[in-house]
Ligand binder design. Sequence first.
Ligand SMILES: Cc1ncc(COP(=O)(O)O)c(C=O)c1O
Length: 392
Amino acid sequence: MIQVDEKGFYGKFGGAYIPEMLHPNVEELKENYEAILASKEFQDEFRGLLKDYVGRPTPLYFASRLSEKYGAKIYLKREDLCHTGAHKVNNTIGQIILAKKLGKKRIIAETGAGQHGVATATVCALMGMECTVYMGEIDIARQRPNVERMKILGATVVPATSGSKTLKDATNEAMRAWINNPVDTHYIIGSVVGPHPYPEMVARFQSVISEEIKWQLREKEGRENPDIVIACVGGGSNAAGAFYHYYNTPEVRLVAAEAAGLGVLSGKSAATTALGTPGILHGSKTILMQTEDGQVVEPHSISAGLDYPGIGPVHAHLFDVGRGEFVAVEDKDAMVAGIELSKLEGIIPAIESAHALHALNMIEFAKDDVIVVNLSGRGDKDLETYIKWGQY
Ligand SMILES: Cc1ncc(COP(=O)(O)O)c(C=O)c1O
């Protein structure tokens, strides 16, 4: 049974490993979030905004030309059509309503690809809240359009200049800022990472993805369960959302695509389950890439959203107990898969999502299996990377 326990553990992974000074913030969240999420008032506002503001339900699109190429029935869950261009907004809508109910005045967030930063800046504008987003210097350079979008939306973008200057460093900065402003500030974490209750809370906001897949597939195929669900994993929020209502349905295979960068053994990768070992990262026990003496190894991926040295604890557990099948997709293969989808279906995917698409080449399946690929985001933000890649 895949389920979080009271202390926030999925099997061996999870929990809340935090400095003393963050204890009150995390405790406040832990004590209140379940009751707030269960209230009718919260649900009405959350569901209403998902529908009218985000544009849910997102379509479950039968990709006929892609299906023909791979010899399976391939559906794309179109999270790329969410307002702001990715699944991230499902979570920020949930957390901003929660922050309001907790009486918070300021929002902080970290971002890698900038999608979570944009989704956070967007909901802060919507609710009239002050917003500060921490972002690695390297990501600021490679995701320029998203940086400008955040600024247009009224957010302050603070560069993280330490370490690899990417998502892990931005997360460190955001955690530090939270310690310094504990009472009036809510930290909107953008993935299923961080101390309990974040991983489960974010997964629950994103679980709308598999909730919709179930009824949409029933309409289209006469059955709720696909044979396979595929999603990319950075921290793992789009994957957790796409897997959530299938965790305990063992006949549905759950395939997670991590970023292998220049190759799993190249020293420039973010293939966490292939290379990682158990340890603590950003407040929870999980699997992460680290040296023998516990220093975090700098990750690399062409996609900013997958450039992270760990995975959320639920994914560490899915890996540990063999419930999830993990594949590691190299930069070049993701780029080819992104261009393939563009040409076959007229959809330019985010490079993160292109990793999930390439997994179709790495797993075995039977002819006419029903496969859902979670298309976590659109490629607009990645145009410069596609242009630099050039081979289209
Ligand atoms: C489009 C897209 N997909 C996937 C991810 C990875 O995040 P997660 O693993 O939490 O879904 C990101 C992160 O920024 C993203 O922008």
